[in-house]
Design a protein around this ligand. Structure first.
Ligand SMILES: Cc1cc2nc3c(=O)[nH]c(=O)nc-3n(C[C@H](O)[C@H](O)[C@H](O)COP(=O)(O)OP(=O)(O)OC[C@H]3O[C@@H](n4cnc5c(N)ncnc54)[C@H](O)[C@@H]3O)c2cc1C
Ligand code: SF4
Length: 495
């Protein structure tokens, strides 16, 4: 800790995002960066705590408190304050394969747990992380490093999201020949087709994937394991298999009119938008298009926010977001103390943009959809909504109940379902006859990441359920170590 008074004399500062009305005119990243000198000053706010809660990465009341990757924040905060950026980068890379992803999209449980946040603002850990890795790429420190020796062992990874990529990177470093199977036309999982370009530029994802390929990892895109090639065959032709297929089964809306045209799952909509963008969007329109339409997004979480921001950029006429939960408090409640993840109301980029256009927050809280109404031509034209109240059932479980008389009809020619995910798709898991837990996720041994089948491992959302990029990276790394031990008897990879 270079400056013992840093946390007293330097105020937290993060670079302002581009203004909502400026950024909705394009699909470029809406974040900006601080000047280098100011970012270094931000590093001085870190107190090098005796117990760095920012690093803990434990679940407290079901949410992460501190970094699941146990990033070495006190060390690299101090190093950037001293201007030793290359040393900071080397420390950062020890625990995180892809800081350029987490530095952009992570909700930063590290900051929620940072001690400075007890009575002031937390250290700007996420922005510091992003600045370090962006500088490393700009300075040319991020060179391709193929392994010095190969083990002769072949590992198949099914799924190329952050869990699959982290696992592939680690196993390749250990010298195994890694082949990543991906059914989509481009690798990256939800980093590519899910999180929109303005939040995570696809050039940044592609840059990293091409570096992994240059280090010897083989990507087989357009190959759906279980359909294009049997999972058993993949298993027979490889020494080990790691399943990283995500938790892609979306929760559906069981209301009358669900079968009408114009009602889509959020990820299908976001995928179509990004594919259109990457395929050269000057020509034509995306396969699912919000232009000129009244859009209703059902679901008030991050996926819903991505839909709001995407619909705005596509030129929708209006956008609303229905949230079945009540509005969260503005500050931590007494039941939600530090270092728990702060369950507070956040106005994210999509909502900021809607407010910038119409002056109103697009979210309606404690609201649900009752029915999708036909426009007379087989397409959704409007949505019947109602307010709900949460009522305690016979076993004390709260259930949302529509409030009689609160029904409203809102225009909606495009309805996007962003109500969460139910777990992994089951086809490949059925074919391999793998044990699953009560939530249909792949069951693995405690700490081993090994499934009920010898030599078959699982990581990421497929194992833990829909989660965060940072957890997926952590799982990919841990599964790689477990797989390496299984293949080689021991491993030098970190867990
Ligand atoms: C719209 C959206 C936005 C999000 N935004 C954020 C965010 O801002 N920050 C954050 O931290 N988290 C975010 N998340 C969550 C985060 O993206 C996921 O937790 C993370 O991507 C999970 O990684 P994964 O590798 O386990 O799975 P995924 O990223 O889902 O990747 C799984 C991959 O496996 C492939 N696959 C599946 N089955 C097969 C098969 N049989 N054969 C071949 N390939 C197969 C799929 O095509 C997919 O590419 C978001 C999620 C969504 C849906
Ligand atoms: S908790 Fe905050 S102040 Fe303490 S070491 Fe971590 S980043 Fe620094």
């Amino acid at each position: 800790m270079g400056d013992p008074n840093g946390f007293l004399t330097v105020k937290r500062m993060v670079a302002p995002d581009r203004t909502p009305l400026d950024r909705i005119g394009d699909w470029q990243d809406f974040h900006t960066a601080l000047p280098c000198g100011e970012q270094e000053r931000q590093g001085s706010r870190c107190m090098n705590c005796g117990i760095p809660f920012c690093q803990a990465g434990v679940l407290v009341k079901g949410a992460a408190s501190g970094c699941p990757l146990h990033n070495l924040m006190p060390e690299w905060n101090d190093l950037i304050w001293r201007g030793q950026w290359q040393a900071a980068w080397l420390r950062l890379m020890k625990t995180n394969n892809f800081p350029e992803f987490t530095g952009r999209v992570c909700p930063a449980p590290c900051e929620g747990a940072c001690t400075a946040g007890l009575n002031d603002f937390p250290v700007a850990i996420k922005a510091n992380e992003c600045a370090i890795i962006d500088r490393a790429w700009a300075e040319g420190w991020m060179q391709s490093q193929p392994p010095a020796r190969r083990t002769g062992k072949k590992v198949a990874i099914i799924g190329s999201g952050p869990a699959g990529l982290a696992c592939a990177d680690q196993l390749n470093k250990a010298g195994h020949q890694v082949i990543v199977f991906e059914r989509a036309d481009r690798p990256g999982g939800l980093l590519t087709y899910g999180i929109p370009n303005m939040k995570l530029d696809k050039a940044i994802v592609a840059r990293r994937i091409s570096q992994l390929a240059s280090e010897g990892i083989v990507f087989r895109t357009g190959c759906d394991v279980g359909r294009d090639i049997p999972a058993q065959q993949v298993r027979k032709t490889h020494d080990a298999v790691v399943l990283c297929g995500g938790a892609t089964r979306p929760r559906d809306l069981a209301v009358p009119g669900r079968g009408l045209n114009g009602i889509h799952f959020a990820v299908d909509y976001l995928t179509a938008s990004t594919r259109w963008l990457l395929d050269g969007h000057q020509a034509g329109r995306p396969a699912i298009d919000a232009r000129g339409l009244d859009v209703v997004v059902i679901g008030g979480g991050d996926t819903g926010t991505d839909c709001v921001a995407t619909a705005i950029r596509q030129g929708c006429r209006s956008v609303r977001q229905l949230e079945i939960m009540p509005k969260a408090p503005e500050t931590r409640s007494a039941q939600n103390p530090w270092p728990q993840w702060p369950a507070i109301r956040r106005t994210d980029y999509g909502q900021e943009e809607a407010i910038g256009i119409s002056g109103a927050d697009p979210r309606s809280y404690l609201t649900t959809a009752l029915a999708c109404l036909n426009d007379g031509r087989g397409r959704v034209g409007s949505l019947e909504t109602a307010r709900v109240s949460w009522v305690s059932g016979s076993q004390g479980r709260l259930t949302p109940v529509p409030v009689s008389g609160s029904e409203q009809t809102v225009p909606a020619q495009l309805v996007l379902l962003a109500m969460g995910f139910l777990g992994p798709e089951q086809t490949t898991l059925d074919e391999l006859q793998l044990a699953r837990d009560a939530r249909s996720q792949v069951q693995t041994g405690e700490g081993t990441y090994q499934t009920s089948l010898e030599g078959v491992f699982a990581a990421g959302d497929m194992r833990r359920g829909q989660s965060l990029v940072v957890w997926a990276i952590q799982e990919g790394r841990a599964a790689a170590r477990a797989c390496d031990i299984w293949l080689s008897g021991a491993s030098l990879l970190p867990g």
